[in-house]
Design a protein around this ligand. Structure first.
Ligand SMILES: [Fe+2]
Ligand SMILES: [Fe+2]
Length: 213
């Protein structure tokens, strides 16, 4: 609650509840720690920016910013390689969503007064490479290819879910309420996509794939 003062400083919202919660006496250590920083707003912001947790948060944002951009290209290839219309459409829809994720991340960078930069994410590169291997090693037009592509895509979603889930929680802890809302919105879309992919696999793909020689 005391961290709300950071929000007022950076010009973000999230101050509505702050005014009603300043009278607490239960979280005394946190409250007194923050009170000192309210006295000197500039020092407060500098302190925040040089804190190890803030640095990690920014670095992780750069990592997922790289990942989202790489995923846009990967989804294009997966869409072209997919056999069924249902899967092609799912990849197309999620590619559009992924473009929104990129612009949401740019807003998050802005909200915390940092520049949007990409930092190479080895994990997503590896997961995407696995998807490319699947395209090479499965027959074009086969349902087996779709079954395998779905799993490859779900590995991407799970990487994103882990990242956005953790970053949204950190944003809340650090008082970046608006940034947390944006990260949670993306998290929800990644979770929905993961669920939809399972539905597609079970409804249209897996049974037919099992029949293939
Ligand atoms: Fe995404
Ligand atoms: Fe995604």
């Amino acid at each position: 609650m005391a961290t709300k003062t950071l929000d007022t400083k950076t010009g973000t919202a999230g101050t509505e509840t702050a005014s009603t919660s300043t009278t607490t006496s239960s979280g005394e250590t946190a409250a007194s720690k923050k009170t000192t920083s309210v006295d000197n707003a500039t020092v407060n912001e500098d302190e925040m920016k040089s804190s190890p947790l803030h640095k990690f948060f920014v670095s992780a944002l750069k990592d997922i910013y790289f990942a989202e951009n790489a995923i846009i290209d990967a989804l294009e290839k997966m869409q072209e390689a997919a056999t069924t219309e249902e899967l092609k459409e799912a990849f197309e829809d999620h590619q559009l969503q992924t473009k929104k994720h990129v612009s949401r991340l740019e807003k998050v960078f802005k909200l915390i007064d940092e520049k949007p930069e990409q930092k190479e994410c080895k994990a997503i590169k590896g997961i995407i490479e696995e998807g490319e291997e699947i395209i090479k090693s499965t027959e074009e037009g086969s349902m087996t290819r779709d079954a395998a592509l779905i799993i490859a895509a779900q590995k991407v979603e799970h990487y994103e879910i882990a990242t956005y889930g953790g970053l949204a929680q950190l944003a809340i802890t650090m008082g970046h309420d608006k940034a947390a809302d944006l990260l949670e919105k993306t998290l929800q879309e990644e979770e929905d996509t993961d669920y939809d992919l399972t539905e597609i696999a079970e409804t249209y793909i897996n049974f037919d794939a099992e029949q293939e020689d």
